[in-house]
Ligand binder design. Sequence first.
Ligand SMILES: Nc1ncnc2c1ncn2[C@@H]1O[C@H](COP(=O)(O)OP(=O)(O)OP(=O)(O)O)[C@@H](O)[C@H]1O
Length: 614
Amino acid sequence: MPVTEPASPQRPLHELAGVWRTAWQAGPWLTVAQMVTTVASGLLPATTVWLTKLVVDGLAAGRVEAAVGAGVGLAGAGLVAAVLPQLAGYLQGEQQRRMDRLMQDQLYTAVNSFQGLSRFENPRFLDRLRMATEATGPALSPLTSGLLGIGRDVITLLSLLGTLYFLSPVMTAVVVGAAVPALLAEISLARQRVGMYLGLSAAMRRQAFYSQLITDVGAAQEVRLFGLGDFFKGRLLRGLREVQDGERRLDRKVLRSQSLLALLSAVVSGLGLVWAVHSATTGRLTLGDVTAFVVAVAGIQGSLMGLVNGIASGHEALLMVGHHSAVRRLGDDLPPARRPAQLLPLRHGIEVRDVWFRYHDDHPWILRGVSLTISQGQAVALVGLNGAGKSTLVKLLCRFYDPNHGVIRWDGVDIRDLDPAQLRRRMGVLFQDFVSYDLSAAENIGVGDVDAIADRRRIEEAAGAAGIHTNLAALPRGYDTLLSRLFYLEEEKDDPDTGVVLSGGQWQRLALSRTFMRDTRDLLILDEPSAGLDAKAEHEIHQRLRTHRAGRTSLLISHRLGTVRDADVIVVLDGGLVAEQGSHDELIALDGRYAQLFRTQASGYGATAVEEIR
Ligand SMILES: Nc1ncnc2c1ncn2[C@@H]1O[C@H](COP(=O)(O)OP(=O)(O)OP(=O)(O)O)[C@@H](O)[C@H]1O
């Protein structure tokens, strides 16, 4: 589904209704209480104006009792006015927190429902996702408490306009008329602001990327060795300047239009004041009327400005919330099963038939008609040069993407007709670019089968199978030790509270243990399982894997051809096609790509090793 960028809210009323549904869900009583405080604070200014007029007129006419009564009322209104904002602030904060939780829950539920990977590689989607993550909690306040604020300003405005109309209908029309340009200008600025941030998304992404590179512990070594700090800093600042140039252009527009509008409103109130004083000298207005007029005009202009700003920021928030609901509406990125089929344990095998694949329509083909079969119980090895498409084929087998042409079948059923989550539950996969989680050792292994994350016996068995049990048991807190690269001081390095640091090879074994948590699954895929291991460890791991894979359906990818020679079938991928396949002996006898690669590698180990390997 294409990810488009709206320049204005697509369905403003629908979005607004959605926000209020969320507010109500988050706290019905909080919503009601906020409405009550809004109405009360909306009526306060007009009440104050009338009471002030009564005090002044009472005093001027010598009606002391009426003046004192109105004065007491005025004091009471002052007390309410002092307490209401605090109460409203608390209610608003609490509702924002609850809405934040709900909306984050909704957003991440939607993101977790995407079964494929392509959206995470789409910059437009990533921009939208960033906007959506920002459209929670405080960012929505213009649509919740802000909208109530608009309601309050409307009440204030109408009551003050009633007062002003009573004093001068003409002045009422002039004050209202002066607010129209302000409203239009603010809405246009809000639209431009959101458009500007969308336009600058790429620059902001680059800036975040360089900032991450400069501060990330993983990149710190190379950044220092190659002296890249200033180089990346320069690029970061260039991105920042680009973003700031856009902001400055908009700020200048804001400065121009808001200064003009402020001037217009000052002129209107000045003229009004002259008219009121003149009317008082001719006896058309009483002293109380003049006081009421001055307060009412100031109040009207204040509420009109509040209203204008409220509508403008509401408009901006609607655009943001539009991204949130757009992400939620996207649905799964893989087309739903055409003929949903029940996934049964593998009985015959997995068949890849004439599969063509490229990551994007503009990209070159990676696979150009690959066909191979992984029969049940068979150990298959996949070899090929860098970039041949081995890991890509693994991603297709896991159905992170669908082939452009061709089909992958699980016991004869097209995997597009299966539920991807169910399919993946039947697999154990060690990815080449596995994740090192900043979690405890036990959790790092347990996430391989999250239902068994507390099953210490299984976790230790998996670690044992990957040959890392002894190392993990010897950590300061054993399996509960935090494995993190986020320690702060050298002396904290081995402090279990700040985390201990594992070597690359140890992480590799840990990732292998994670895969072994799923070793009873129907298909085991191991993409370079011994990368980063020393020669002895590599030999030992492959010995273990050999026993482990025996009788199980597995696919092993390795550049070390010595480690794949025991496979039942070795498949050689070259130029996006299966160039050769067969057992080690068959391929050596064929004397093709595999034999050539094998000889090249073996020659690196010397004649004795060649003989040994043969
Ligand atoms: N997410 C992606 N988007 C676009 N192109 C990609 C992506 N992942 C891989 N490629 C491209 O696909 C090609 C095959 O990559 P792949 O990782 O499948 O190769 P490989 O055979 O596993 O290589 P290696 O032996 O180096 O691990 C490469 O040219 C790579 O640039």
